[in-house]
Design a protein around this ligand. Structure first.
Ligand code: ATP
Ligand code: MG
Length: 569
């Protein structure tokens, strides 16, 4: 017996259609919805969008695009105490940034009147009643997984009486929490969602759109499917935890005069190692000042990742790579980092920056002379052109690129050894100078004037290539080196009674202040990405950069170990 080996990398995996596409194919083949495909992305405006939402956005908008259908943006704003206009604005900006344009924009609150009328319909038809139990009593009566619920004493209330009470709930006659409207389904159902779920609660909270017009608000389950039906959504795609709500979703559609019949399909939510994807928890990080805001570059929010230097193309490619399935799993954060590296490798301009500078004096290069070299902006993109790069007698190199006692196979600079300064000349280290404390402060070198553009005077091979910056021309800028916000692979996997934030990485941000950068970076436009050669991908911070004084965020380190890089010419 032989087994096929599983594909060893994502790239080798044969691209196949995922199960949601198959379901839609089947619906179309069966002639459902007059051949229409319409999806929606339904965020609750109670926080900023994160990477998990990107998966949902790519899926919903992607399906609409693929099937020639439509995708709406719907704000699920039925919980006024947690929702804000700031979140509505950021969500729209983030969806657009990711590269998607919604066909129509709706708010669940647009349908508050229709939803209210649907509730009256259920009361009149005997499928809903006003309950006077307190919220605590309601949950006590509901039972548990292994214990059936028991009926409320108000369950058999006459429809006319419930209707009257419901209207008075709307009119504001009762205090918050005094009564609820409940569907009359099945108190002994094995599915707790069907044990007479609450449809409306009394809540005096200012709503970001409807203001104080309402003092009763529909519950999520009562709003969601009916909004889908009113918008004529055909496929209502949500995450797996809603699978157990599907019978209720369908029950409402069966019992209400809705204008269309949407269908709920569940998929696995995205989990990523070292990352927390929950608006509630991300909000806690913001509120407790553990991060500098929703757009802190360490946050897995779309605004944080944008500020970190992630591109929409990289995030879309990531969502494409991870696919869509019906079982929960956790994606290795490396997959995400590789997606941004792959994209930035194609597009980012190459520049040089020395993080830990060591002075090099090229003693046979004339004092005061400046040679302007044509440096390639991006070897992966011929249209990116070249820039003039100044070379002079004094340059900065990185301390890590010099070893007084080099191990075997070390191709960077060491006493008596030769190395190439990228785009420029080969230099040999002649002398090491130290300060009074014995620390190395300067290397005196000579250069081979015939070693420009990869040549050498006698054709000898110089293996090592290092980056450098002309001291006379260098500028300084703060660099922020970011690492995982959490030190554990599964951050919220903490023992009972332990704060979920216990796994925060104390070293998630290191600020490098003495770095020497190529002068061309002075005018880096905020939001522009660069590859600092041999160091990593960086972006000019969009918030803290000032004209002529950029601040750089490290997006990702280079995948390449430097051993691989030093072979490049
Ligand atoms: P959170 O728990 O972070 O608040 P949520 O599901 O409550 O997430 P919503 O604003 O209700 O957030 O989500 C909008 C849409 O995004 C929903 O359809 C939801 O299923 C989807 N979504 C949210 N988180 C993820 C995730 N991690 N992976 C995939 N889809 C997600
Ligand atoms: Mg939610």
């Amino acid at each position: 017996m032989s087994h096929d080996n599983p594909p060893s990398t994502e790239a080798e995996k044969p691209r196949s259609r995922h199960f949601v596409q198959d379901e839609i194919d089947a619906d179309l083949a069966a002639g459902k919805n007059e051949g229409r495909v319409q999806t929606r992305f339904p965020p609750e405006p109670n926080g900023y969008l994160h990477l998990g939402h990107a998966k949902s956005i790519c899926l919903n908008f992607g399906l609409a695009r693929e099937f020639g259908g439509k995708c709406n943006l719907r704000f699920d704003d039925t919980n006024p105490s947690k929702e804000e206009q700031e979140y509505v604005d950021s969500i729209q900006a983030d969806v657009a940034w990711l590269g998607f344009q919604w066909d129509a924009l709706f708010y669940a609150s647009d349908f508050f009147e229709e939803l209210y009328q649907y509730a009256e319909h259920l009361i009149r038809t005997g499928f809903a009643y006003v309950d006077d139990l307190t919220p605590d009593q309601v949950s006590e009566y509901r039972g548990s997984l292994d214990k059936p619920g028991k009926p409320s004493p108000f369950r058999e209330r006459a429809p006319a009486e419930s209707l009257d009470l419901f209207r008075r709930m709307r009119a504001g006659e009762f205090p918050d929490g005094a009564r609820t409207l409940r569907a009359k389904i099945d108190m002994s159902s094995p599915n707790p969602n069907l044990r007479d779920p609450v449809l409306y609660r009394i809540l005096r909270a200012h709503h970001h759109r409807t203001g104080d017009a309402w003092c009763i608000y529909p519950m999520y389950d009562f709003a969601h499917g009916q909004c889908d039906a009113l918008e004529k959504i055909t496929h209502s795609i949500c995450t797996l935890e809603f699978e157990i709500h599907r019978p209720l979703y369908d029950w409402f559609l069966d019992h209400l005069p809705v204008p269309s019949r949407p269908r709920q399909i569940e998929f696995a939510r995205l989990n990523v190692t070292y990352t927390v994807l929950s608006k509630r928890k991300l909000l806690e990080l913001v509120k407790s000042n553990i991060v500098a805001g929703w757009d802190d570059p360490r946050m897995p929010t779309l605004s944080g990742m944008r500020r970190r230097g992630y591109t929409p193309a990289a995030l879309r490619a990531f969502c494409d790579t991870i696919g869509v399935a019906r079982f929960n799993s956790t994606v290795d954060k490396l997959v995400l980092e590789n997606a941004v590296r792959d994209d930035l490798n194609k597009t980012a301009l190459r520049v040089m920056a020395v993080l830990n500078p060591l002075k090099v004096t090229v003693e046979n290069f004339p004092e005061g002379k400046v040679e302007w070299i044509d440096a390639v902006n991006n070897p992966e993109d011929a249209t990116a052109g070249t820039r003039p790069l100044p070379f002079s007698r004094t340059v900065w190199i990185d301390r890590d690129d010099f070893r007084e006692d080099p191990p075997k196979g070390y191709f960077r600079l060491s006493p008596g050894k030769e190395v190439r300064l990228r785009y420029a000349y080969c230099i040999v280290c002649k002398e090491v100078r130290r300060d009074a404390r014995g620390e190395i402060v300067e290397l005196v070198c000579t250069y081979d004037p015939q070693s420009a553009r990869g040549a050498t005077s006698d054709g000898r091979k110089v293996k090592g290539v290092i980056h450098w910056v002309s001291a006379e021309h260098a500028m300084e800028a703060p660099l922020r080196l970011y690492d995982h916000l959490f030190a554990a692979e599964h951050p919220d996997d903490v023992p009972e009674g332990v704060d979920w934030k216990a796994n925060l990485n104390p070293k998630s941000l290191e600020i490098v202040s003495g770095a020497k950068l190529e002068a061309s970076l002075k005018d880096a436009k905020p939001g522009t990405q660069f590859q600092f050669e041999r160091v990593g991908y960086f972006v000019a911070d969009a918030v803290d950069s000032r004209p002529g004084a950029p601040v750089f965020n490290r997006t990702a380190t280079l995948r390449d170990t430097w051993a691989k890089l030093e072979k490049r010419g």
